[in-house]
Design a binder for this molecule. Sequence first.
Ligand SMILES: Cc1cc2nc3c(=O)[nH]c(=O)nc-3n(C[C@H](O)[C@H](O)[C@H](O)COP(=O)(O)OP(=O)(O)OC[C@H]3O[C@@H](n4cnc5c(N)ncnc54)[C@H](O)[C@@H]3O)c2cc1C
Length: 486
Amino acid sequence: MNSGISIVWFKQDLRLQDNAALQAASESNGQLLLLRFIEPSLINDPHYDERHWRFIQQSVQDLNVRLAPQHLKVLLIHDEVIPFFSKLHKRLGIGAIYSHEETGLRITCKRDQAVTRFCEEHGIKWKEFQTNGITRGLQDRKQWAKLWHEHMLAPQIKTSLESVTPVDPTEISDLIPPEETVRDNDSFQRGGESEAHGLLQSFLQQRHHRYMTHISKPEASRASCSRLSAHLAWGNLSIRQVYQATLVAREKGGSAFQLRNFESRLHWHCHFIQKFEMEDRIELENFNRGFDEFPVKFNPAYFEAWSEGKTGFPLVDACMRCLKSTGYVNFRMRSMLISFWCHHLLQPWKPAALHLAKLFLDFEPGIHYGQIQMQSARTGINTIRIYNPVKQSQEHDPKGAFSKRWIPELEGFPENFIHEPWRLTDMERTLYGLEDLKYPAPIIDIEASGKRAREVLWSWMERPEVKKEATRILKKHTLPGRKRME
Ligand SMILES: Cc1cc2nc3c(=O)[nH]c(=O)nc-3n(C[C@H](O)[C@H](O)[C@H](O)COP(=O)(O)OP(=O)(O)OC[C@H]3O[C@@H](n4cnc5c(N)ncnc54)[C@H](O)[C@@H]3O)c2cc1C
């Protein structure tokens, strides 16, 4: 039996149901304190943005509405973890901390190592629970898929908080730094368990019917994809809740084709995070070390054009501007943004990874860095995809509606030129009344840059050091016998 209070340290698990840490803490003997930190060190980290703190704040607000009948409240703590735990331990004595395992960036990994040492020094029990079927300490993938399925099909954890005794907040009110509220912004998805369940139901009941038809379209995907990514990244829902609800929807007559494809993406979600759990150096280094000498040189002018949505390629620019304003674009458009930066502009992946992490409301380190490495062709084992933004625009935004929506300069631009505005002659500009067009000329020749990228990348793939690393990666991260990694 522990003496001292019990703490639930909410991390990327901002929900009440299917929350093993919360349920275990509710069965402990101590008075209960519920916390979610917003750490200054993460506020200052280049991966994060105000949009992420807003989502967390909204998620905590939603939890507190649900917890009010039990006279419980999650406190949002604007402080570093160890100094706060230290003050709390001196005041009330901490018996145990309950949380979920986090597969995070180097900065949160180091923080967790320091928390482990702090707990050991002070005789505090820190009980961590598995997250979404991600297994710690695996050396290969022989057992992983089986373990994952078992986890996904196991009963969900029901939380009951009726018998818990909360810590009296007045006992610690002087320890809590003033809250720094982030103002709501309706252009972004709102955080919270209630919001997440509503979205899941609308997807499973109606929106999934055109899932695969619209998945690559920048505009239509906003309604036909689940849009659950931010809720999954911050833990408003567990993957198990979504997976099991999807199986039920399929049994009740939902479209089997669409829902099976959706289920595989839930699996990919965890597959990518498992990869990061086993090799988190890919936040900082090339996945395939054979690419360490690959010739790329950062060009600040290119970065400004790409990151500001001013490359002169409407679909690239529209995606970047849309991301800035809403925090979301679909998978294909994310891949195209990286392909344009890394292949057409021949630029290093790191600045792009940081810039997009800040913009993605659903920033999830394991998926993000895995995808960045794949799309920038730094794994040496995946098909290299070099997307031509003109062709993507013709195929997925044929009338240019998405581009026009996000690039006001192109309002009224003739439809047949929207994919390649530079093709409009001076005479045609006059004809359409577009003499004062403020939209930039393209920063590169897209045919030439695509050709160069193909030549450079494919010849690099033949290098023995790339092939050697590819064998190592396949052995560690795929099932025996597989030739490719998802
Ligand atoms: C360069 C790049 C960076 C990315 N960074 C992130 C990130 O930081 N966070 C993130 O959640 N996704 C990331 N993705 C994957 C994918 O683009 C998003 O998960 C998806 O667009 C979210 O939309 P949705 O919730 O409507 O997805 P749906 O299509 O409805 O899929 C359901 C869920 O499955 C998971 N999922 C879907 N596609 C993928 C995929 N290709 N790989 C892994 N999991 C997937 C997500 O959790 C998603 O919410 C990235 C993709 C690329 C190309």
